[in-house]
Design a protein around this ligand. Structure first.
Ligand SMILES: [Fe+2]
Ligand SMILES: [Fe+2]
Length: 327
């Protein structure tokens, strides 16, 4: 056995993440290596070294050879996701790109953004990055009529605070937009609140947030602080509009006054808050947690209608049911 063979056996095999060629922007530099997968279990070959440009010519040649995916080493996943986030606008407005690639990029880059926000909610660019994401996704959802149903198909049914944030955001802005009574500006402001509604959970002990069983009274009291903690984080950043702040602060209020933190009633809850509450509950019911299974859309809506009717805004709830029935 020569030295090279020995090395190959001792180093960990590379985990590869597929990258749709269509999502690579021509004339951009990547900060990650791109690999080509070879046949017959051979190690992948380096296609383009990081910091070298990926050109239109490259893209054409790959397409001519019917190569639809390149690959990234999973250790460079973060750089790839950052690249997607940075190029999100160009990707979503590319008329050549299939819708399923775009929706996937929306989901994947949103999840990455939320993962970063929750890891470091006080990072200086939290609000700017969220707003940019909200704006581009809102544009995309309002222009591509089938994007919402496409997104529904790929939403994760496993509950993670990151994917939950994306799901609640997408449900909320789509409903607000379909209701037709809000300006695009209002929906975008609201969208930032919906995306960041649970950001306060990043300040709560993970053993409580990820608790597998029932919370003790003390843990529950701590958990109930997340709306307030979220507002504090966003206040610290500045630049977050009141409509977004209200969503963060009141998304656990119920129209019959049984929610928290202030036991507000419908008349004291702005419309966007009442929309976000419905999206929040629906997503919690339709995703799997360690202590409970997920129910399907129909069952979730049935539970909400039967057991929570007095907690939810009846008109918005009916519109939500219609939206889910006709995504
Ligand atoms: Fe919450
Ligand atoms: Fe939530």
């Amino acid at each position: 056995m020569d030295l090279k063979e020995e090395e190959a056996l001792t180093t960990e095999p590379m985990q590869l993440i597929p990258v749709p060629v269509a999502c690579l922007r021509a004339e951009t530099l990547t900060s990650f290596n791109l690999y080509l997968r070879t046949r017959g279990g051979q190690p992948p070959v380096l296609y383009r070294e990081k910091h070298l440009p990926f050109t239109e010519e490259d893209r054409r040649r790959l397409e001519d050879n019917n190569i639809k995916h390149l690959f990234v080493d999973s250790r460079e996943e973060k750089d790839y996701l950052r690249y997607l986030e940075k190029n999100l606008g160009a990707i979503l407005s590319d008329p050549e790109l299939p819708l399923e690639h775009k929706t996937e990029v929306v989901y994947v880059s949103g999840r990455f953004l939320m993962r970063e926000m929750f890891a470091d909610p006080r990072a200086g660019d939290t609000v700017t990055r969220s707003k940019a994401y909200v704006e581009l996704t809102y544009e995309f959802l309002s222009h591509e009529k089938t994007a919402f149903s496409q997104l529904l198909r790929i939403t994760s049914y496993d509950y993670y605070t990151y994917t939950h944030s994306i799901n609640v955001f997408v449900f909320s802005i789509t409903l607000a937009q379909r209701l037709g009574s809000f300006s695009p500006e209002e929906v975008r402001e609201f969208g930032t609140g919906a995306l960041l509604h649970d950001i306060g959970k990043s300040m709560i002990d993970p053993s409580i947030v990820n608790c597998k069983g029932k919370l003790t009274q003390e843990q529950w009291e701590e958990m109930k602080r997340h709306p307030e903690l979220g507002c504090r984080i966003l206040d610290g950043h500045g630049g977050v509009k009141p409509a977004a702040m209200e969503v963060v602060r009141y998304h656990h209020e119920k129209v019959n006054g049984t929610g928290y933190p202030e036991r507000r009633k419908a008349s004291d809850l702005p419309p966007f808050v009442r929309i976000c509450t419905i999206a929040d509950i629906f997503d919690a019911l339709t995703t799997k947690r360690s202590y409970k299974g997920a129910v399907n859309t129909f069952e979730a809506l049935r539970i909400m209608k039967k057991e929570m009717a007095d907690q939810l805004d009846p008109e918005f709830f009916m519109s939500f049911v219609r939206m889910m029935g006709n995504p």
